[in-house]
Design a protein around this ligand. Structure first.
Ligand code: SF4
Length: 183
């Protein structure tokens, strides 16, 4: 199975509890005004086998979990589900950011299976007028759903709001729910 990928970051501390492998999936049609990641909206991205992504996950030492973001992960639900199931098989925790609300996800064909294997869901459209930029929520209408006993809500909310990583080649990776405020 192929996933269309916008970007991936093997070690992030600003996308959920602990150190996490983050995959930003490409493609989103939800059109939230003020979305700060518009480059993820169009279809396209890098077409990568889910198995290859899971191999990367397996080879990355010292991570606690997988985070799926986007773009809209539920618009690639089969790939998102395979990634979540694979992460669980590796003993990793699973967190998804989705513009769909939990009840919308539950109504999708693969939604219940995905929800059953998530530890944390951050849901809801981004609403620029309710900008929050803290505790993993971009706007105040979004909700944190702790779906297992693996993480507490306090752990989720304590996630740093911003992160900057400078790679050996000098490239800069900037992530987090409020990546510019802290710089
Ligand atoms: S759901 Fe997320 S990626 Fe899609 S438009 Fe809204 S904020 Fe942007």
């Amino acid at each position: 199975m192929i996933a269309r990928v916008h970007a991936r970051e093997p070690r992030s501390r600003a996308n959920g509890p602990g150190t996490r492998f983050v995959i930003w999936l490409q493609g989103c049609t939800l059109g939230c005004p003020g979305c700060f990641n518009p480059g993820t909206h169009a279809t396209g991205g890098d077409a990568i086998e889910v198995g290859a992504l899971l191999d990367e996950l397996r080879a990355t030492r010292g991570i606690e979990g997988l985070t799926l973001s986007g773009g809209e992960p539920l618009q690639q639900a089969p790939a998102a589900l395979e990634l979540v199931l694979g992460a669980r098989r590796l003993g990793l925790s699973t967190l998804v950011f989705s513009g769909y609300r939990r009840e919308e996800i539950a109504a999708q064909a693969l939604g219940p299976a995905l929800l059953a294997h998530l530890d944390v869901l951050i849901d809801g459209r981004y609403q620029a007028g309710d900008r929050l930029g803290a505790g993993l929520r971009g706007s105040a209408n979004q909700q944190i759903h702790v779906l297992s006993t693996r993480h507490t809500r306090a752990e989720v909310e304590a996630t740093p709001t911003a992160e900057i990583r400078i790679a050996r080649d000098g490239s800069v990776v900037l992530t987090g729910v409020e990546p510019l405020r802290k710089l």
